[in-house]
Design a protein around this ligand. Structure first.
Ligand SMILES: Nc1nc2c(c(=O)[nH]1)N[C@H]1C(S)=C(S)[C@@H](COP(=O)(O)OP(=O)(O)OC[C@H]3O[C@@H](n4cnc5c(N)ncnc54)[C@H](O)[C@@H]3O)O[C@H]1N2
Ligand code: MOO
Length: 423
């Protein structure tokens, strides 16, 4: 990173840049938010078929080895290597056939081979399977041109996972990969955490629903639909309360209703410093404990995190990109922690700046950015999509992720290495 200490020709500023001393660093805000987010304690037992996307309550061990028994990796012929004496080719009579699902014979005559199909249990004494492309079967016998090596084409019991080995950790989301593992291990039912109850509303007297006719000064509600989309998760039970106007009484009653029985209350807008930003006063009225307010983050300075009774409160800024970034970087992490998801957190990679920019240091910046392909050293180059972006929601659709500019940086040079959070 090139830090330019003097002579900023054209710093990218927004009106809310300024003294950063009173601002909370993003990592600290996240730490405080996560400290409030105790995983929901209640558990449910669900059939695996209804547990997709849910969060495993505790670590599981395999009850039996995977695979359960030695079986053939190929369609071919099961044999005993001792029966291939002298130089080849070797001809053995066929003594039977085993397909996947067959129990297989308890024994088979020495000096013979068995037709075997992929997935079938290898018979006792069989020490190799020759694939059929390397054998010729005719008139009740099979001829092998090559001597298989010991164990060839045999998938051994327990080679994927021995009995008693860790299967999946607690806190794992049952995604399709985990579901396959659970099913293969015979887990017909799983113990999962109950869903996280999230109450959501947007604040703003200017907001109308998409499709509605707008009067002058009104806009369509983008944040509600971003967040209902982001929260359309199997581990979330969403109470979508729509829009609440910029009216203290209406906001207070909405907040009371939201906090009742919720694990997480999410609002957008009304948390800044204008006289129509009523949320700080309403939060004080309701007796919320406020743990984060004013972040060293751009966009997202007004993000507010607190506690209302038993619920965690996340107040996202109203500007749609600010709401998106703060949700993605912090809000969603808190929701994951409440759900008991282990090892959540943001995936980050290193990328090379395909842009140059002077800026005012103080707040770290999350800039929507597009991947432009690899440079000569095999590192992705990113193009930032704009300087000051908090209202430019249309940019999000073309972004591949957020590029992170550290708080103390006052110049990004083309080719600098930066952290990147892919979507
Ligand atoms: N004097 C100051 N003014 C502002 C500051 C500041 O520090 N001093 N901070 C600015 C920053 S940064 C942000 S971010 C916004 C945040 O304000 P609020 O969270 O109170 O949000 P609103 O004022 O309600 O709305 C801001 C903006 O976003 C539009 N909006 C709101 N909700 C939605 C929605 N659901 N869908 C689409 N657009 C929405 C709203 O119409 C405003 O244009 O404050 C700055 N001001
Ligand atoms: O900091 Mo505000 O969230 O940029 O728009």
């Amino acid at each position: 990173m090139t830090i330019m200490l003097a002579g900023r020709p054209d710093p990218v500023m927004c009106g809310c840049d300024g003294a950063a001393d009173a601002l909370i660093p993003v990592d600290e805000a996240l730490r405080r938010g996560l400290a409030l987010a105790t995983p929901v304690a209640e558990l449910e037992t669900l059939p695996l078929s209804r547990a997709h996307g849910r969060v495993l309550a505790r670590a599981l061990r395999s009850r039996s080895p995977l695979p359960r028994f030695d079986n053939s990796a190929m369609d071919g012929y099961a044999l005993r290597l001792a029966d291939l004496a002298g130089p080849g080719p070797w001809r053995l009579p066929l003594a039977g056939r085993i397909a996947a699902g067959d129990a297989g014979p308890p024994s088979w005559p020495r000096g013979s081979a068995l037709r075997i199909l992929t997935g079938a249990a290898v018979p006792p004494g069989c020490d190799a399977v020759a694939m059929q492309e390397e054998a010729v079967a005719a008139e009740g016998a099979v001829t092998f041109r090559r001597r298989p090596v010991a164990g060839e084409n045999i998938r051994r019991a327990g080679e994927d996972l021995p009995a008693g080995a860790p299967l999946l950790p607690g806190g794992r989301v049952i995604d399709p990969r985990a579901a396959a593992v659970l099913a293969a291990a015979g887990m017909g039912e799983v113990r999962v955490r109950r869903r996280v109850r999230v109450a959501l509303f947007s604040t703003g007297s200017e907001l109308r629903e998409p499709g509605e006719r707008l009067a002058p000064g009104q806009i369509w509600n983008a944040n509600r639909h971003h967040l209902t989309g982001a929260l359309a998760l199997p581990w979330v039970d969403l109470l979508d309360m729509g829009v609440v106007p910029d009216d203290p009484a209406a906001l207070l009653s909405a907040l009371e209703r939201a906090a009742y029985g919720a694990d997480l209350v999410v609002t957008t807008g009304g948390i800044s410093v204008g006289e129509e930003d009523h949320m700080p006063a309403v939060l004080a009225r309701i007796g919320a404990g406020i743990h984060v307010m004013r972040l060293a983050m751009k966009p997202g300075k007004p993000l507010t995190i607190g506690q209302i009774g038993g619920a965690v409160y996340v107040g996202l800024p109203g500007n749609p990109v600010s709401a998106f970034v703060t949700w993605h970087v912090i809000g969603a992490r808190i929701a994951e922690a409440l759900a008991g998801i282990a090892g959540g957190g943001l995936r980050k990679t290193l990328v090379r700046a395909g842009f140059a920019r002077d800026r005012v240091p103080g707040r770290c910046e999350f800039v929507p950015a597009r991947l432009m392909g690899l440079d000569g050293t095999g590192i992705e180059v990113v193009e930032s999509l704009a300087g000051s972006v908090s209202h430019r929601v249309a940019l999000l659709a073309g972004a591949d992720g957020l590029v992170l500019i550290p708080a103390d940086c006052d110049h990004v040079g083309r080719g600098d290495l930066l952290e990147f959070i892919p979507f």
